[in-house]
Design a protein around this ligand. Structure first.
Ligand code: ADP
Ligand code: ADP
Ligand code: SF4
Length: 584
């Protein structure tokens, strides 16, 4: 079985010479394997195509994907977005009383699956517009049959937390209180407000909320509704680790009586939250296959290794590997800069920073709750704001990626070209463009990018500036696991190759563990006062940080990945008693 997919956004017939049509050997022998449609874009016949792949190679915009798939998949086809559109195979199975996770790269059909399960997209099984009877019959013998019947009869009420919360203020006006009161269908609002700690921001306008506040309001809005099926498309962006764990608890409580599905790329949180996971593999933008459910530990381990044994599918050549690092001997590493102690005061917040030193070529992770002064610290270091006491004069150039990235009307190409003369060289392509998957975004306007695309551009822009120290604030937000792993490699390589250093503020423990050599820890009372300690060696820093948070991690026996211990479990209590918050 073979499918041909045309990426309609990339296809630009005005800027090419119809290479696909000109070079297709079948067309050259006179048949109609490729014809040009009314919109001037090619239509590829999957029946006539012989799969030589010439059109894929010749298309200057890489807009065509031709993929050979196992014949058996045909029976699992769930949806096809029209002729030469994206194809989805399989569906996740909603299970009452459980949290079902979906784990897979962006662009492989997770949202499409959710649209189908929430009733907003009628699946076409890849063949026109079949009636509901045929769809229900297609799922006979599986749990999905009854579910599909429910959707067809509009018996299933759904509630969803969208992926990109940044879009909420554009669609909804008024205060957070007004929004939530209108949705309080289960009488759960009071409890949600208290557990999500959003009482003090309820009278603020939605558009004035920070990312972390908006994320919690959006989660409260979804849980407050009375539905049968709840779907959360990423809960972690902009939330700190305690908030992530609190949300995980709320969603687990909800799942006791409801059906809950979640897409999440923070694997520590997915691991804690979900009972089972469906892995999605395929070619982003081409096709996606949703596996049958796996136990969450096994599923995440298979995903990290990049091989699904039951399906016999290799998803990735290299495994994502965790190492338990021994600290590097300090005397071997030259110091890049020292920063002295300083104080920064806002009317309602004071930050105290104890001095420290940054070593050349190292990546320092920065951890701490939200509202504790991490961004204030990096802004002072970057010279964007002045301290009130003490002087920060590390004699070095700093390049800074803020947490919230501004959109503008420039194209990605123009932005990067003005930042670095290296743009266009093969070195730059290998070091930045390819690993951050920017090849096909270059001609897009920054204002039109999705959250994940914008993040990758912002990481590239930050690393492309000439600097001694690169500071990146929450680079993991909106990236999938593959993209996080690539971003980690890119940041580390940039630091090493340019003999520069990097500081990374992030709440994804996997990102921090894989990326950092040392750790700065922020502690205090969020929104009131904060104090910065370190940098420490990783193990010491993590222990200090997690002790403050009251959270313990252990390492998975097989993959060495960190796993959150369930709060109050035997492991959690045992590690706390031994003072081993980050067990190696
Ligand atoms: P994910 O949630 O895994 O990121 P999506 O389900 O959003 O993936 O999208 C998978 C692919 O389906 C995308 O690459 C996109 O090209 C395609 N797609 C999504 N919605 C539509 C649509 N309405 N029409 C045509 N293609 C679509
Ligand atoms: P974090 O990065 O750890 O989330 P921030 O450094 O962004 O924390 O903020 C710490 C505290 O300082 C917050 O309470 C925030 O409201 C306050 N703050 C940050 N910037 C300003 C500012 N320009 N004016 C007044 N208060 C500010
Ligand atoms: Fe033609 Fe198919 Fe070969 Fe493309 S892959 S050039 S459509 S035969």
């Amino acid at each position: 079985m073979r499918i041909s997919v045309l990426n309609r956004d990339r296809c630009q017939p005005r800027r090419c010479a119809y290479e696909c049509h000109r070079f297709c050997p079948r067309v050259r022998t006179g048949d109609e394997t490729i014809v040009i449609g009314e919109d001037h874009k090619p239509i590829i016949s999957e029946e006539l195509c012989i799969g030589c792949g010439i059109c894929t190679k010749k298309c200057p915009f890489d807009a065509i994907i031709i993929i050979g798939l196992p014949e058996e998949l045909g029976e699992q086809e769930t949806h096809r977005y029209g002729v030469n559109g994206f194809a989805l195979y399989g569906l996740p199975i909603p299970q009452r009383g459980k949290v079902t996770g979906i784990l897979g790269p962006n662009g492989t059909g997770k949202s499409t699956a959710i649209k189908i399960l929430s009733g907003s997209l009628k699946p076409n099984l890849g063949k026109g517009a079949p009636p509901w009877d045929e769809i229900i019959q297609h799922y006979r013998g599986s749990e999905l049959q009854g579910y599909m019947r429910g959707i067809s009869q509009k018996d299933i009420r759904t509630a969803q937390k969208p992926q990109y919360i940044d879009a909420i203020p554009k669609a909804i006006s008024g205060s957070a209180r007004e929004l939530l009161q209108n949705l309080d269908e289960r009488g759960a609002l009071k409890d949600l407000i208290s557990k999500l700690d959003i009482g003090h921001i309820l009278d603020r306008d939605i558009e004035d909320l920070s990312g972390g506040e908006l994320q919690r309001v959006a989660i409260a809005a979804c849980i407050a509704k009375d539905a049968n099926f709840y779907f959360f498309d990423e809960i972690t962006p902009y939330l700190d680790i305690c908030q992530r764990i609190e949300v995980a608890k709320l969603i687990q409580d909800l799942s006791k009586t409801k059906t809950v599905m979640i897409v999440e790329h923070d694997l520590a949180i997915l691991d804690l939250l979900a009972d089972t996971v469906h892995i999605v593999y395929g070619t982003p933008g081409g096709y996606g296959v949703i596996t049958t459910p796996k136990g969450v530990r096994v599923g995440i381990n298979q995903y990290l290794r990049g091989f699904l044994p039951e399906e016999n599918i290799r998803m990735r050549q290299e495994a994502i590997e965790f190492e338990v690092h021994a600290p590097r001997p300090q005397k071997d590493i030259p110091v890049l800069a020292k920063f002295d102690a300083f104080v920064k005061k806002y009317p309602e917040f004071t930050l105290n920073v104890n001095g420290g030193e940054i070593r050349r070529g190292e990546v320092i992770g920065i951890v701490g709750p939200n509202g504790i002064g991490k961004s204030t610290f990096v802004k002072v270091l970057a010279g964007i704001i002045e301290p009130d006491e003490g002087a920060v004069s590390p004699d070095m150039q700093i390049s800074y990626k803020p947490q919230y990235i501004t959109r503008c009307d420039e194209t990605v190409r123009d932005l990067l070209r003005t930042i670095t003369k290296q743009f266009g060289t093969s070195h730059y392509n290998t070091e930045a463009i390819k690993p951050l998957q920017l090849e096909y975004l270059l001609d897009q306007t920054i204002a039109d990018l999705s959250g994940g695309e914008l993040q990758r551009v912002a990481i590239a822009a930050c690393l492309s500036r000439k600097a001694d120290l690169y500071i990146l604030d929450e680079p993991s937000a909106h990236l999938d696991v593959e993209q996080r792993a690539s971003a980690i490699k890119t940041i580390r390589r940039f630091a090493e190759n340019n003999k520069a250093s990097a500081m990374v503020v992030d709440h994804d423990i996997y990102m921090i563990d894989l990326l950092s050599e040392r750790l700065m820890v922020f502690d205090g009372k969020p929104g009131v006062c904060g104090e910065a300690f370190g940098p420490f060696e990783m193990h010491e820093g993590m222990n200090k940080f997690l002790e403050k948070m009251g959270i313990t991690f252990r390492r998975d026996e097989d993959t060495k990945r960190p796993r959150v211990n369930k709060p109050e479990s035997k492991l959690d209590r045992g590690q706390k008693a031994r003072g081993e918050y980050y067990y190696q």
